[in-house]
Design a protein around this ligand. Structure first.
Ligand SMILES: Cc1cc2nc3c(=O)[nH]c(=O)nc-3n(C[C@H](O)[C@H](O)[C@H](O)COP(=O)(O)OP(=O)(O)OC[C@H]3O[C@@H](n4cnc5c(N)ncnc54)[C@H](O)[C@@H]3O)c2cc1C
Length: 385
């Protein structure tokens, strides 16, 4: 029978980052199993590539700090550029209560060394004149936030992991997780079983399905999210930040000569359907042209939809039996449920999980991401779009 020291279910950004970070620590007999025929067909290949330090939980800020540093140095470490563009992130709100939350979060970010600016309506009008909100309560601007290329990052992780001895097998769906006396013994796949004392659930939107194979309920639900790209346009400045209206969740940023638009549709039910939906598109257009009037002079060129993998508090689950205790089978680990932040948090999540598996203390406090927290009072991440 085929064997491994660690089997990772899912070759998205999280699974590949974990494989790379394990191999870098000398754990090289690692197999990544992906049911799709190639990489990029899950959530990771549909990501808009945004990365920001503006979060409301310290561990999320630290994850992004690690991610930004890695993306900046990606070329030297992985031999491929992540095309990181520090265009900045501008969050806007008309809601005084949300504005208080954003100011509190800015204080936390500053305490962690993040240079974030809090702006009043006048300053937003002066610096970002395309924003047409008359009753703005305030805005936060993160000059070091930006966007990068998710495919390049996936490719970099996967290439380097392979060089270090990791096997990444496509078209290998995991159909069962095997156990003996509450201890992981391996997986069954469509291409035959693999024996392994450790199995990592990095199945993204399918984490609940894979968790159940080990008898572990992982509260991750899939939600369709779409983004659209306009035809090339001069309607908005060439250099502009990723600009988000927190109140409608609609956002716009530059995508080369074009613009990229998106929104979280609150009417969207949970499901695995990724077809583009006209009613959602109409809601997006109404929302975004409501505060960026110049967008009325642009036309849409293309769009795509993928799945967010959402938990009840919009934070991921990064845990294993070593810290979760008895309810979780020994040797079972989870890194899933990134709730729309998985591109930016995959670098740090992979490192932290590799450290947990290697018996080291993770470099970031993972207590907000414990699997068992769903029985406690939850502390949600407030910076969610
Ligand atoms: C439209 C959109 C825009 C986004 N924008 C951003 C952004 O700007 N910034 C950001 O940080 N994040 C963004 N995200 C979120 C980000 O893309 C995800 O959080 C991240 O890709 C999750 O990575 P993952 O590896 O956990 O999941 P995935 O990439 O989905 O990988 C999981 C893999 O597991 C495989 N799998 C499932 N079940 C099995 C099985 N039984 N056997 C074998 N393989 C299996 C799947 O096929 C899949 O390839 C966006 C997402 C979408 C949809």
């Amino acid at each position: 029978m085929d064997t491994a020291d660690v089997v990772i279910v899912g070759a998205g950004l999280v699974g590949l980052s974990t494989a790379y970070h394990l191999a870098e620590r000398g754990i090289r007999h690692v197999v990544v199993l992906e049911r799709e025929p190639s990489f990029g067909l899950g959530s990771s290949g549909h990501s808009a590539g945004g990365i920001r330090l503006q979060f409301g939980l310290a561990s999320n800020v630290r994850f992004s700090q690690y991610g930004i540093q890695m993306l900046k140095e990606f070329d030297t470490r992985f031999g491929v550029s992540a095309s990181f563009n520090a265009c900045g992130y501008l969050f806007l709100t008309r809601d005084p209560r949300r504005w208080s939350m954003m100011q509190e979060a800015a204080d936390l970010q500053r305490s962690l060394g993040v240079a974030v600016e809090t702006l009043d309506a006048e300053e937003v009008r002066r610096r970002f004149s395309y924003v047409g909100i008359d009753d703005l309560a305030g805005a936060t601007f993160g000059p070091h936030d930006g966007v990068a290329d998710p495919f390049a990052v996936m490719y970099g992780f996967s290439r380097r992991a392979r060089e270090l001895g990791v096997r990444i097998l496509y078209g290998r769906e995991v159909t069962a997780i095997t156990m003996e006396r509450h201890r992981i013994t391996g997986v069954d796949t469509r291409g035959g079983p693999i024996a392994s004392p450790i199995v990592v659930n990095a199945a993204g939107p399918y984490a609940r399905v894979v968790g159940r194979m080990a008898g572990v309920e992982v509260p991750v639900d899939p939600y369709r999210r779409a983004v659209y790209v306009t035809a090339p346009t001069e309607a908005l400045p060439r250099r502009m930040p990723m600009t988000l209206d927190f109140d409608t969740t609609s956002y716009v940023r530059r995508e080369g000569e074009s613009l990229l638009l998106g929104m979280s549709d609150p009417t969207e039910p949970s499901g695995f359907d990724c077809a583009l939906d006209e009613a959602s598109l109409i809601r997006l257009i109404e929302a975004v042209t409501g505060w960026v009037p110049e967008l009325q002079h642009t036309s849409l060129m293309r769009g795509w939809a993928g799945l967010y993998e959402i938990t009840p508090d919009d934070n991921p689950v990064i845990d294993g039996a070593a810290t979760a205790g008895q309810p979780m089978p020994e040797g079972f680990y989870i890194a899933a449920g990134f709730s729309g932040h998985g591109f930016q948090h995959a670098p740090a999540a992979g490192r932290a999980l590799a450290e947990l598996i290697a018996g080291q203390v993770p470099f970031v406090d993972l207590s907000p991401f414990r699997w068992a927290r769903f029985h406690d009072a939850l502390r949600s991440e407030p910076f969610v779009i």
